[in-house]
Design a protein. Structure first.
Length: 181
């Protein structure tokens, strides 16, 4: 009959039928949504941090490699430690020392080259938490005509080891290798 309402569902009285979600179901759904969004945001945030960290390591490695390439060619090796700060907050240090393996024997034989241990460190971040350290051995011309420690200059004949003689004051400056002092 058209004027009569539909009979109630079986087993449930008409007033007890649900028309939507209960408050508890809604709260559980929002909790699951919040946890899921938190996990997704953490994943994307971690990817961004990893990209920034990778970029920092790539830049520091490039800086350290350029220091190693310039040492002994563009800039004379200086015994001891040199350090400075570059733009972008990168701090560099170069440590040069004679290689401790049988130096007396090499010097006595008048070997034309002397081995030097070179260590370049580039650090960045708060408290230098991140750093790249490259180490190598360089053979430098044994220039005994200058007296003293000789052999610290770049390998070009009787080239001077820099201003002030061996252990002098030639530095990279704050700009790094290849920059005008």
């Amino acid at each position: 009959m058209p004027g009569r309402p539909a009979p109630p569902a079986r087993g449930w009285p008409r007033r007890c039928r649900q028309h939507g979600f209960s408050l508890l179901e809604t709260l559980v759904a929002f909790s699951v949504l919040a946890v899921s969004l938190g996990v997704v945001l953490r994943i994307f945030g971690g990817g961004g941090r990893a990209a920034v960290l990778t970029d920092g390591y790539a830049r520091a490695t490039t800086i350290a490699e350029s220091f190693l390439a310039a040492l002994g060619t563009e800039k004379d090796l200086q015994l001891g430690r040199q350090e400075g700060i570059l733009a972008g907050g990168y701090r560099w240090s170069v440590q040069v020392a004679p290689l401790p393996v049988q130096m007396e024997r090499i010097s006595a034989l008048n070997f034309p080259f002397l081995p030097y241990w070179v260590e370049v460190t580039v650090a960045w971040g708060e408290d230098d938490r991140r750093a790249v350290k490259l180490k190598t051995v360089r053979l430098i011309t044994n220039d005994t005509s200058g007296g003293g420690q000789g052999g610290v200059g770049a390998g070009g004949g009787g080239r001077s080891p820099g201003p002030g003689g061996p252990g002098g004051s030639a530095r990279f400056g704050s700009q790094g290798p290849g920059a005008a002092d």
